[in-house]
Design a protein around this ligand. Structure first.
Ligand SMILES: [Zn+2]
Length: 378
C-alpha cells in the first residue's frame, strides 16, 4: 500500500502502517473517552478517560495486527509467500503473493484470523472478570470489556460468507473442495461480497438519515470498500476461468515486426510509432539476436535534441527484464510475470527463435472469446 510507514518486522513479516490508521485510533479513542468509559465507569477526570481511550484504541490495533499475523503465519506454513502486513483505516491486510495450494490450506489461512479474534475476545473477557473478582473493575475493567466485545464483533463480522471477508474465503474453500473448481468457487464468494457491499451501503444510508451520521457514513465506506474489492477479485477469477487451458501460442500475435537496434530514435519515431501498427517492437542486434523491446515509455525519457544520437537499442527494455515464454506455455501462468515496464508485453520464443509477442489486446481478446465460449456452454 502506498503512503505506508514501515514499523519493523513481526515474526519475520514486514509490518507497515498507512497514515489512515491514525483516523481509527482517534475515532476509537474519542468513542471510548467521550461515551463508553464515562458511562460504564463514571467519576474520573477527562484526561484519564482520554488516556484510557488511547490505550484501548492502541490495544485494538494490536489485536488487528494479531489477527493478520495469524493469517500470515498459517499461510507461510502452507508454502504461500507473504509480502507483508499493513494496518490501515479498515483494519489490517496480510498481502499474500500466491494462492493457497489446495482448499484445505485456503480454509486454514482464512479461519486463522477470526479464530485469533475469538481467542483475544476470550482473553480480554477473562481479564475483565479477573479484575472484577479482585474488586478492581473500574476503568481498566471497562477497557477490557470493550476490547473483548469489539474483538468478538470483528470475528463475527469477518465470518460473514462474502469475499473479501474471511468468511468469503471459507466459503470459497468449501465450494472449491466440493466442486473442484477454485475459480467458480471464487466467483460465488465475490458475488456474495457484492451483495453484502450493497446491503451495507443501504444500511449506512438509512442509519445516516435516522440520526447516526458517523456510524452511517462509516458503514457506507466499509460497504463501498467490500464492493470494490469483491468486484476486482471477480474480474481476476473470471480472467483465470476463461483462460483455463489457453496456451500462449493460441493468442499471440505472430506477425512480429522487429527493429534494428542501431536505428536512431529520430528515425524510429515517425516511421514506426506514428505510422506503424504497433506501440512496442522487439529490438534485434546485428546478427539478428533479440536484445530487448522498445516501447512508447522507453522514448519518453529522450529529449528531442538527443533523438538523432540515441540508438533504439540504448533505450529498449533489456531482454533479461522481459517476460519470455514458449508457445506451449499456459497463458494464465504467464500473466503475473509481465511487467508494466514492458508495456504488459511478453516475447515468445521457440527453439531460440522469436515467434510471437503477447500484447494486452491479445489477452483481452482471449478473455472475451473465453466468456463467449462459457455463454454457449462450450
Ligand atoms: Zn482476516
Amino acid at each position: 500500500m502506498r503512503d505506508s510507514l514501515r514499523l519493523g518486522r513481526v515474526a519475520g513479516f514486514p509490518v507497515a502502517a498507512n497514515w489512515s490508521v491514525l483516523v481509527i485510533v482517534l475515532l476509537l479513542a474519542w468513542g471510548l473517552a467521550g461515551g463508553v468509559l464515562p458511562e460504564t465507569s463514571p467519576g474520573h477526570a477527562t484526561a484519564i478517560y482520554w488516556l484510557a481511550g488511547i490505550a484501548g484504541a492502541l490495544l485494538l490495533v494490536c489485536s488487528l495486527l494479531a489477527h493478520e499475523l495469524a493469517h500470515a503465519i498459517v499461510a507461510r506454513r502452507a508454502g504461500v509467500r507473504v509480502e507483508g502486513l499493513t494496518l490501515w483505516i479498515f483494519g489490517g491486510v496480510a498481502t499474500l503473493r500466491d494462492e493457497a495450494p489446495n482448499p484445505k490450506a485456503d480454509f486454514r489461512i482464512a479461519v486463522a484470523g477470526p479464530a485469533t479474534s475469538v481467542g483475544l475476545a476470550f482473553a480480554f473477557g477473562l481479564a475483565w472478570r479477573g479484575l472484577g473478582a479482585l474488586g478492581q473493575e473500574g476503568l481498566l475493567g471497562a477497557v477490557a470489556a470493550w476490547l473483548a466485545s469489539i474483538n468478538l464483533l470483528l470475528a463475527v463480522f469477518n465470518l460473514l460468507p462474502a469475499a473479501p471477508l474471511d468468511g468469503g474465503r471459507i466459503l470459497r474453500a468449501y465450494l472449491w473442495r466440493r466442486h473442484g473448481d477454485r475459480d467458480r468457487a471464487s466467483e460465488t464468494a465475490t458475488n456474495a461480497g457484492q451483495v453484502l457491499g450493497y446491503c451495507l451501503i443501504a444500511l449506512g444510508v438509512v442509519a445516516f438519515l435516522v440520526g447516526d451520521p458517523v456510524g452511517g457514513l462509516w458503514t457506507v465506506l466499509i460497504g463501498w470498500f467490500i464492493l470494490a474489492v469483491a468486484r476486482a477479485e471477480q474480474v481476476d477469477s473470471a480472467t483465470h476461468r476463461y483462460l483455463h487451458g489457453v496456451t500462449v501460442g493460441d493468442v499471440m500475435s505472430r506477425d512480429v515486426q522487429t527493429i534494428d537496434s542501431e536505428l536512431s530514435v529520430e528515425e524510429f519515431v515517425p516511421r514506426y510509432l506514428l505510422h506503424g501498427r504497433h506501440s512496442a517492437y522487439p529490438v534485434v542486434g546485428p546478427r539478428g539476436e533479440v536484445e530487448g523491446l522498445v516501447t512508447l515509455g522507453c522514448l519518453r525519457g529522450v529529449p528531442p535534441a538527443q533523438r538523432p544520437a540515441t540508438r533504439v537499442g540504448d533505450v529498449a527494455v533489456a531482454l533479461s527484464a522481459l517476460a519470455t515464454c514458449g508457445p506451449d506455455d499456459s497463458l494464465v501462468d504467464l500473466l503475473p510475470r509481465v511487467t508494466r515496464e514492458s508495456g504488459q508485453r511478453a516475447l515468445v520464443f521457440d527453439q531460440g527463435q522469436l515467434v510471437g509477442i503477447v500484447t494486452p489486446a491479445d489477452v483481452t481478446r482471449a478473455v472475451e472469446a473465453g466468456s463467449l465460449r462459457a455463454q454457449v456452454g462450450g
